[in-house]
Design a protein around this ligand. Structure first.
Ligand code: ZN
Ligand code: ZN
Length: 458
């Protein structure tokens, strides 16, 4: 194999919860396999932390780090509203966004901050709940990351925190929250329920382009496997303005490859539709797979068009232009409308979670996609009739006021600690806890014993 001629545009690191490699390990792994061009599209998060730790400009789309060319990237979970799968649900897809601006105020960074806050609440809702209820101090996000990293090395498919893993985590930390697992399990059954924030693929494409990034459909076979009409799906994806497809993917089939190539040929696109490739590796658990598809190296020539487009994008940015490609004009007002819609949708999910946890039946209107029709902002009063909201009345935090999502969530849990859980006394029994909760909320907390729901959507 020729050294330095391989590429891998789909490597996961521990920046997202389901990767176990550090960036340095991933870069070393790339060098070991002769890979000179990489990207780390972690789930629903940009590469801001990586860029910052390496002293790079947040608006920079491409950087050479430790001798390897790295394209800034993110893998965003979204839905194609117009394409149904065999179960008649809208189709979930993973879109890779490459070369976008990750400065805190870029549209993509703002959208991902909202999505990430929601995802973290889903992943860690249970742990956050136990921490608040039992007033546990000194657990940091890094402790949780380290624990999840260990779990991934043990169990390659591990991705989310269930009740058993939370129990294991607390025991490892020497924290006793209950006398027995049964008692702990009962406590868990009272944790708030969380739902994932659904981003529409069309909105994600607009926001990505507005941030100067290119959008690639990741592992197309995995996304299209359950879809009834795959050709229709690919044409819809093209119509919405995708820039390319990750056709060199470990799960690719000849059928899906043929459909994509046929659709691309018949679709009249203003921009060149590019093909990319990546291993989608999450760890070194079973050997270094960076730059490998079924153990064959992925040559740089295979994605040469993509590399050219990314380099043009970089040059355009250096000249102060946002993109070298032609995209339909999206106005600032439309971008603000999209961001606002997801912010409201996130707050709505939070309310539903709270209401469900308290066994309360309240009528909450889902936010409507008004940004599609007009640019008028959604009114929070219209969105949540009849709900007296303690947070929107000045106390609710605005995600943009915080440096990081972590700080933001910290502020929310401080708020919860004060207003909802009221710092429980250390020796409080479970019955006393229930009584106090019922007093706080003036409602009866039902004894709902539910199975752990499937949390991961990544
Ligand atoms: Zn994926
Ligand atoms: Zn992936």
């Amino acid at each position: 194999m020729k050294k330095g001629q391989c590429v891998d545009l789909h490597i996961h690191t521990n920046e997202s919860f389901d990767g176990s490699l550090t960036v340095d390990e991933a870069l070393a792994g790339a060098k070991e396999n002769g890979v000179s061009l990489v990207a780390f599209p972690n789930h629903n998060i940009d590469n801001r932390e990586i860029w910052k730790s390496k002293g790079r400009k947040l608006s920079s789309p491409v950087e050479v780090i430790d001798g390897v060319t790295v394209i800034c990237a993110s893998e965003v979970t979204c839905r194609i509203d117009t394409v149904l799968n065999k179960e008649n649900n809208t189709t979930k897809v993973h879109y890779g966004i490459y070369g976008a601006d990750m400065s805190p105020n870029s549209p993509l960074s703002r959208l991902l901050a909202i999505k990430r806050a929601n995802d973290r609440q889903c992943d860690l809702g249970l742990l956050d709940f136990i921490i608040s209820v039992k007033n546990i101090k000194n657990i940091s996000e890094n402790d949780i990351r380290d624990f999840m990293r260990e779990k991934r090395q043990e169990i390659p498919g591990f991705s989310s925190l269930g009740k058993e893993s939370v129990w294991e985590f607390l025991n490892k930390k020497g924290i006793t929250v209950s006398k027995s697992y049964k008692e702990f399990s009962e406590l868990c059954s009272r944790a708030p329920w969380h739902d994932r924030l659904n981003l529409s693929a069309e909105d994600v494409v607009k926001i990505a382009h507005a941030s100067g990034g290119m959008v690639i459909m990741m592992h197309p076979w995995e996304n299209l496997e359950r879809v009834r009409d795959k050709s229709f799906a690919v044409m819809e994806i093209l119509r919405m303005g995708i820039d390319g497809f990750e056709i060199f993917s470990p799960t690719m089939t000849d059928d899906v490859m043929a459909i994509i190539k046929r659709c691309v040929k018949s679709f009249k696109s203003k921009n060149k539709i590019v093909y990319t490739g990546g291993s989608d590796t999450h760890d070194f658990g079973r050997g270094n797979k960076i730059g490998r598809l079924h153990y064959l190296p992925l040559y740089r020539e295979a994605v040469a068009d993509f590399e050219n487009e990314i380099m043009k994008l970089k040059n355009a940015k250096q000249k102060g232009k946002s993109s070298s490609r032609t995209y339909p004009k999206v106005t600032d007002a439309e971008i603000e409308g999209i961001i606002k819609y997801y912010k409201q949708a996130y707050l709505y999910l939070d309310d539903v979670a709270e209401a469900t946890a308290l066994g309360r039946t309240i009528k909450i209107e889902k936010p409507k996609k008004e940004h599609k029709k007009k640019k008028e902002s959604l009114k929070s009063s219209k969105m949540r009739p009849g709900k007296k909201d303690r947070r929107l009345d000045g106390a609710r935090y605005d995600i943009e006021d915080f440096e990081s999502v972590h700080d933001y969530l910290g502020a929310i849990s401080d708020d919860l600690g004060e207003n909802v859980y009221d710092n429980p006394p250390e020796d409080e029994t479970y019955e006393e806890y229930l009584e106090r909760m019922n007093q706080v909320h003036s409602v009866n907390i039902p004894n709902i014993m539910e199975e752990d729901s499937e949390l991961a959507d990544d």
